[in-house]
Design a protein around this ligand. Sequence first.
Ligand SMILES: Nc1ncnc2c1ncn2[C@@H]1O[C@H](COP(=O)(O)OP(=O)(O)OP(=O)(O)O)[C@@H](O)[C@H]1O
Ligand SMILES: [Mg+2]
Length: 317
Amino acid sequence: MEPILEIRHMSVFFTQYERGIRKRILPVIRDLTLSVEAGEIVAVVGASGSGKSLLAHGILGILPYNSHMEGTIRYAGESLTPERSAKLRGKEIALIPQGVTYLDPLMKVGDQLRKGNRSEAVRSRIRRALERYGLGAETEALYPFELSGGMARRVLIASAVAEDPRLIIADEPTPGLDARAAERILGHFRELADEGSGVLFITHDLELALTVADRVAVFYAGETIEEASAEDFKEPERLRHPFTKALWRAMPEHGFKPISGAQPYPGAVLAGCPFAGQCSDCLPECKTAEEIPLREIRGGRVRCLHPYGERKKEETI
Ligand SMILES: Nc1ncnc2c1ncn2[C@@H]1O[C@H](COP(=O)(O)OP(=O)(O)OP(=O)(O)O)[C@@H](O)[C@H]1O
Ligand SMILES: [Mg+2]
């Protein structure tokens, strides 16, 4: 069966002008290949600035005007052009945006969720969606400025999933919510996936991702550096990339060891592996390689010249 969402070789570039005259092309996502099957929750995990929101916006055809995208995106077996995406957005394809500013400040909650449809069926569907997230009927009469941050976030989520979407793209859906509310949302994603939808769950929090995801795509400086099953994280010797191992070690239950250094700014890496500056296993060729292909190893994928499981030198976790 074809995946619900299939992204192949996606790259996103920004055009910038230095001092107003010199044109500069800034690559922010490079050669990203990722798919989501029906019934599956795929988490995209990466640090702030790694390109996660741009990935979501690229899929939905809502990238900023000063950017352009390469590569192909297919949804349910057909090419997802910006026109097709505009038609499906808010219906079959739901975006839970990262910022609550996506709510219309001048429209009451109930009106924005109903999108002009006053039928009883729509009314009761909206009511059920809000109730599911602990928001009573009175919420419908409020304007966004009358909502707390957590309420606004729950309204966004209720609005996105009210239409029974087949593909849900959730961009950091849980910050500002208490653990129970977050659990309820992730539990609902699981239900939607079990009913046959695909979910792309974007987060910076690996621990949270592993509570619900089937697969994890690890994002670093605009590239997927590893794709692993959630199971692989239970046996860390199965993990393939030094950054994924470092993320695993940074989890509270695995010692909370911080990763030293910072991810490079987009466009700063001209050659070699973007993680080279932070990698404790970096070799000279890692800094100069022209291309580091994404390779399949042990049922997952990795973008590393010397992934774990293929090294001769003693392996450590
Ligand atoms: N309109 C823009 N013009 C130029 N660069 C941009 C623009 N929007 C985003 N970027 C850059 O693209 C990179 C990726 O941004 P993005 O918003 O996708 O990050 P993110 O992974 O979602 O981060 P966060 O976890 O903080 O939400 C960042 O380095 C950012 O500076
Ligand atoms: Mg973001």
